[in-house]
Design a protein around this ligand. Structure first.
Ligand code: MEV
Length: 327
């Protein structure tokens, strides 16, 4: 049995627009998915302690037809199972072992589908653990590439490299199309996360932005404007000009709202954080529900979020400079 872990992330800037070739800056945070893999004779057995699903066990032969009996929205569950299935396909391909069977155990403290990169972290850790179980060592960049192929398959060809590259490499990264690099010198930004207890369907949200962008020039301009915000933000990244970073986060949230990916609870957490003195706040990830990220070096936003109706959890998130790692 081999165990690997990989971090979740927040988007400082650029989600959704990154799918269309604009730059994005996700940052890995100290919340991890841990995946253990053991080779078995055939098939796939998945045990999960967490994934915010109250725990489930499912045994199946990999055709995805058996479903665990848990109280979670079906699209989110389908996506979770789809990610693990596709990750195992990548492992079989990497190890040239098309018939390899696995028992997979997942323990994650990243809420599922909430914008903190849970699926990317599970996929990255699963690919790393299961390939090592078969005696194959992939570099973090190779894990990132295979994890990206998984997201492309599960999200119907609509995915960027941002989540998977960030989770595999750790720290702050910059992704623009196929150009993925780590960003040095960012340090520990004072991130505060608010979580509404919900989740969004990434595939559906990405598809929604795609059709808006195809229908309206001003939606395409909105996507391009997010790219401008990111480029502006990069100029102050690594400095202590949190005021400008925060203003740009606010702007980024407004543009994402215009694209229809915010929600009442995300907006109310964003405003609670801003009213409490955060330098900026925005949704993070695909949206629709889940998490916001605020920039605040006082206790104001954290305290306010804890008292905000609809906010289930609020916590500080430290930058995690480690990406995928063996446990
Ligand atoms: C989802 O975490 C981030 C999106 O930009 C999709 C992607 O980059 O693949 C919405």
């Amino acid at each position: 049995m081999v165990t690997s872990s990989a971090p979740g992330k927040v988007y400082l800037f650029g989600e959704h627009a990154v799918v269309y070739g604009e730059p994005a800056v996700p940052c890995a945070i100290e919340r991890r998915a841990r995946v253990s893999a053991r080779e078995i004779d055939e098939g796939l057995r998945i045990n999960s302690e967490d994934l915010q699903l109250d725990g489930f066990t499912v045994e199946y032969d990999g055709d995805g037809e058996d479903q665990p009996d848990v109280d979670v929205a079906q699209p989110i569950l389908d996506a979770a199972m789809g990610y693990v299935n596709e990750a195992v396909s990548q492992v079989r391909d990497a190890a040239d072992a098309p018939d390899a069977g696995f028992e997979i155990e997942i323990a994650s403290d990243i809420p599922l589908g909430a914008g903190l990169g849970s699926s990317a972290a599970v996929v990255v850790a699963a690919i790393d653990a299961a390939t090592r179980e078969l005696g194959v060592e992939l570099t973090p960049a190779e894990v990132a590439e295979r994890a990206y192929q998984v997201e492309m398959a599960v999200q119907d060809g609509q995915a960027s490299r941002a989540d998977t590259f960030c989770s595999a490499m750790g720290g702050a990264v910059r992704v623009e199309g196929d150009d993925c690099r780590t960003v040095d010198g960012v340090g520990n930004l004072p991130f505060v996360i608010g979580y509404d207890g919900g989740a969004g369907d990434t595939g559906a949200l990405v598809a929604g932005v795609r059709s808006l962008r195809a229908e309206y020039d001003f939606a395409a301009d909105t996507v391009a404007a997010i790219g401008d915000v990111v480029r502006e933000g990069e100029a102050v990244l690594g400095t202590d000009d949190y005021g400008t970073l925060g203003d740009l986060m606010d702007f980024n949230h407004g543009l994402l709202s215009a694209l229809g990916v915010s929600s009442r609870s995300l907006d109310s957490m964003v405003w609670a954080a801003r009213d409490a003195g955060a330098m900026g706040a925005k949704l993070t990830g695909a949206g629709g529900g889940g998490c916001i990220v605020a920039l605040d070096d006082t206790d104001g936003a954290l305290t306010a979020l804890r008292y905000t109706p609809g906010c289930e959890d609020a916590f500080r998130a430290e930058l995690d400079t480690d990406g995928v790692r063996r446990e």
